[in-house]
Design a protein around this ligand. Structure first.
Ligand code: NAD
Length: 355
């Protein structure tokens, strides 16, 4: 029986993860060999109960699980702790690293119902349907770093091995093959040696994917193109730091951070979480938008369990609820029917029953 570890974490994580579980249970109802959901502690909640942000029991359960569904971590209560002990570094980054989750996937798809929520003009964003695939465990963020004296200076080394590049780029081609067949590899090959190496390997891998159209784009141009003509992109694959910046930029094309799901994969296991944080300012009020977490559940079914039909049913149910005019407060305009967190989860479950 597939085993999913649920880690609600802190702040609104406690409110949005139960809604995602509720929707997953509804879509999986009646399936033979259905899913087992187990719960664990992470982040500030784990510090309070077990003394550290990633307790050994949570890490062991994560290794055992087939997939992990996470809420979010962090909050002012733990901000005064030394950085390595805080929920973000000691919990989230630690679990990502411990599980070698090297691929971060952020699909950014405009809902026709939310075109007006974007800060960009409707004609620019209405057809946005792209995925940013970001390398998550290599490059500048994990390279050697340090300080020098005389004269004082600091350095971070951008180092990528062939293996690291191959596995993420290959995943990009495989993803493009299943979508619209277009892969854009983003680099800075006019300046960086690591990018030239990345490009060489990408061109070589392309020979195994004759049906995928490969393009290369410098990262500065990619940032510009994402706001100028975002619908030109299908799958973007890029290294860690470029991906960090471009994923946030791409997320905002569709209006609210409360709508953006994410998946972090290592080839066999996945961790699924919303792109946003624990939103302490609205925690405990039943007003947080649970849709990014519910859509992260859909990604889990797609990437960890190959249940494409069920994944699409969740995505269609979310669309149906939005089409009915229901919104959480972060998306609401005058005239919309405003729902709380639980009520939005219920509405998605109800929509599933008619899809
Ligand atoms: P945040 O994403 O939590 O919140 C930013 C703003 O967006 C807030 O106004 C918040 O109310 C709103 N918002 C976020 N998610 C929402 C949702 N689902 N529905 C409605 N509104 C939503 O970012 P922040 O305020 O910079 O960080 C708060 C805490 O979260 C910090 O402790 C930070 O370190 C942590 N954080 C955690 C993660 C994670 O767990 N992956 C990611 C980012 C930040």
């Amino acid at each position: 029986m597939p085993n999913v570890l649920v880690l609600p974490g802190d702040g609104i994580g406690q409110e949005i993860t139960p809604e995602a579980v509720k929707v997953l249970e509804a879509v999986l109802k009646g399936r033979s060999g259905s899913f087992a959901f187990q719960y664990g502690l992470i982040g500030g909640a784990a510090i309070d109960e077990a003394g550290k942000a990633l307790p050994d029991a949570t890490l062991a359960a994560a290794h055992d699980a087939d997939a992990i569904l996470m809420g979010s971590v962090g909050g002012p209560k733990w901000d005064t702790l030394p950085a390595p002990e805080r929920p973000e570094l000691g919990g989230l980054l630690k679990i990502r690293k411990a599980l070698s989750l090297y691929a971060n996937i952020r699909p950014v798809k405009m809902s026709p119902m939310l075109v007006d929520a974007s800060t960009l003009r409707p004609e620019v964003v209405k057809d946005v349907d792209l995925v940013v695939l970001r390398e998550l465990t290599g490059g500048l963020y994990f390279g050697e770093k340090g300080r020098k004296t005389n004269p004082p200076s600091a350095f971070d080394i951008l180092d990528y091995s062939e293996v690291e590049i191959r596995r993420i780029v290959k995943m990009g081609f495989q993803m493009a093959e299943k979508r619209r067949g277009k892969l854009c590899s983003v680099d800075k090959a006019n300046v960086l040696e690591s990018s030239r190496f990345w490009r060489e390997i990408t061109v070589e891998i392309a020979k195994d994917f004759p049906d995928v159209e490969l393009t290369h784009m410098y990262v500065d141009n990619a940032a510009m193109q994402l706001v100028r003509w975002p619908s030109q992109f299908d799958v973007i694959v890029t290294e860690n730091m470029f991906g960090d910046i471009l994923t946030d930029l791409a997320s905002m094309l569709i209006g609210s951070i409360g709508m953006v799901p994410s998946a972090s994969l290592n080839g066999t296991k996945g961790l699924y979480e919303p792109a946003h944080g624990s939103a302490p300012d609205i925690a405990g009020k039943n007003i947080a938008n649970p849709l990014a977490t519910i859509l992260s559940g859909a990604l889990m079914l797609r990437y960890s369990f190959n249940l494409e039909e069920e994944a699409q049913r969740i995505e269609r149910a979310v669309e149906a609820v939005l089409a009915d005019g229901y919104r959480t407060a972060d998306l609401a305009k005058s005239g919309d029917k405003v729902l709380g967190t639980r009520e939005m989860g219920n509405a998605v479950v109800e929509a599933l029953s008619r899809i």
